[in-house]
Design a protein around this ligand. Structure first.
Ligand SMILES: Cc1cc2nc3c(=O)[nH]c(=O)nc-3n(C[C@H](O)[C@H](O)[C@H](O)COP(=O)(O)OP(=O)(O)OC[C@H]3O[C@@H](n4cnc5c(N)ncnc54)[C@H](O)[C@@H]3O)c2cc1C
Length: 393
């Protein structure tokens, strides 16, 4: 059907960022998405400050702020039974920039990304087109994707097709996951949240609840839990949310609920044979620390640079793949460890209760952890005393 320099499957944050960088570097890009935008998606809708920095670099931050998207100054942690609340503001990035995140309503945020794609003269956006498989040349190299409207051939194939990535599966790169797994649900509530400038996390009975303001009168309330527990919540999300988040009493649930999972997904590789995986498609841990969109944007920006160098002949395919694999491992290394720590807290209420109580008096350690999650510094930032406090001693 058509030949592009690169074809990007998925126009969410990571696919859009990759495609923008490529197109602005002078390359012809085709972006396919099975959805028509605006499309909604289950998400906690908290964009970390490191993701805000990517938006600024892509020239999209002003457009997002112009929609009234609220700034998020930090994160608080508590337990549903009324134990104390620990709060830490986001630390300032060491190289300057924004020390705040954003509460991004996905329908609004993803539409701004889509509008940016539509403005690119060398970019073709095709909504409502589902990629159904990868096409390989005689050497085994991936040379395009099949769609119901015919094949799309490209020198580089970029799969940004989300958590369950059909392209990752089609390439044979999906790794089976075992265990009960974790799932999430989200809903939007109409209430005045102008005074709320933080993500509020509350540990409950085998579940966590997250609040994030995404407009002056819109609060996103999401929950994460194991399969059995989320099944119970799904039967009556409204009542469960009202019980877990007292501020919702009297508030109205707007629209339906959205669900997703299981979160833990692994890819055998994130780049090989001419195909690159980016964002959730490249593998995912858990949304508990809320860095998926930010890291998707950052990875998209890096990948766009590597594929641009490949398409302009500055590097060969193997070098572009090696460089991107290295970036991916480096960017995820510390956030994965922060996620593991957060999941341990979620699994052990006695531990998390003690850790929250310690963090009330010692918010510095929590703030340092937020900075590690944003990629500002490594775990060396934490002193032995910080570790003891984070572990509830
Ligand atoms: C409950 C929950 C809470 C979360 N909380 C947060 C949070 O607070 N902060 C945060 O940063 N992240 C959070 N995340 C994670 C975040 O939503 C993802 O990391 C992020 O959306 C990944 O972006 P992406 O571009 O990789 O994929 P997506 O946003 O999933 O986009 C993938 C796109 O690919 C398209 N697609 C899929 N298959 C095909 C196909 N075969 N052909 C064509 N198109 C296709 C889809 O239509 C979609 O538009 C949360 C996730 C969940 C489920």
């Amino acid at each position: 059907m058509s030949q592009a320099g690169a074809v990007v499957i998925g126009a969410g944050p990571s696919g859009a960022a990759t495609a923008l960088v490529l197109s602005r570097a002078g390359h012809h890009v085709t972006v396919l998405d099975r959805a028509h935008f605006p499309r909604d998606k289950a998400c906690g809708e908290g964009l970390m400050p490191s993701g805000v920095a990517v938006l600024r670099r892509l020239g999209l931050l002003d457009a997002v702020l112009a929609t009234g998207t609220p700034r998020i100054r930090g994160v608080s942690y508590t337990h549903g039974d009324g134990t104390p609340t620990a709060y830490a503001p986001f630390p300032m990035p060491i190289d300057g920039g924004e020390g705040w995140g954003l509460g991004v309503r996905r329908t609004v945020f993803d539409t701004i990304l889509i509008e940016a794609l539509r403005r690119e003269p060398r970019l073709t956006l095709r909504e409502g087109v589902r990629a159904s498989g990868v096409l390989r040349g005689a050497s085994g190299r991936i040379t395009g994707v099949s769609t119901e409207e015919g094949p799309v051939w490209a020198k580089a194939v970029i799969a940004a097709d989300g958590l369950h990535s059909p392209m990752r599966a089609a390439a044979g790169w999906a790794v089976a996951t075992s265990g009960e797994g974790r799932y999430g649900m989200a809903g939007h509530w109409k209430l005045d949240v102008r005074a709320l400038d933080r993500i509020a996390v509350s540990f409950g009975d085998r579940e966590e609840w997250y609040q994030c303001p995404v407009g002056s009168d819109l609060l996103l309330v999401s929950t994460l839990a194991g399969r059995a527990r989320i099944g119970v919540t799904a039967r009556n999300y409204q009542a469960a949310a009202r019980a877990a988040v007292p501020a919702l009493r009297g508030a109205e649930l707007v629209g339906g609920t959205l669900a997703a999972g299981q979160f833990r997904q692994r890819a055998r590789t994130v780049a090989a044979d001419g195909m690159f995986l980016v964002g959730d498609a490249a593998g995912y841990g858990d949304p508990t620390t809320g860095e998926g969109i930010g890291i998707g944007l950052l990875l998209g920006q890096r990948l766009g640079g590597h594929v641009a160098a490949l398409l302009s002949g500055e590097v060969d395919r193997k070098s572009a793949e090696v460089r991107y694999r290295r970036d991916h491992a480096e960017i995820w290394r510390n956030p994965s460890r922060v996620t593991a720590l957060a999941l341990m807290m979620a699994r052990h209420p006695r531990l998390s209760r003690r850790a929250v109580a310690r963090a009330v008096d010692r918010p510095h350690a929590l703030g340092a952890l937020l900075g590690i999650n944003c990629g500002y510094w490594g775990f060396g930032k934490l002193t032995p005393r910080d570790w003891l406090s984070l572990c509830g001693f």
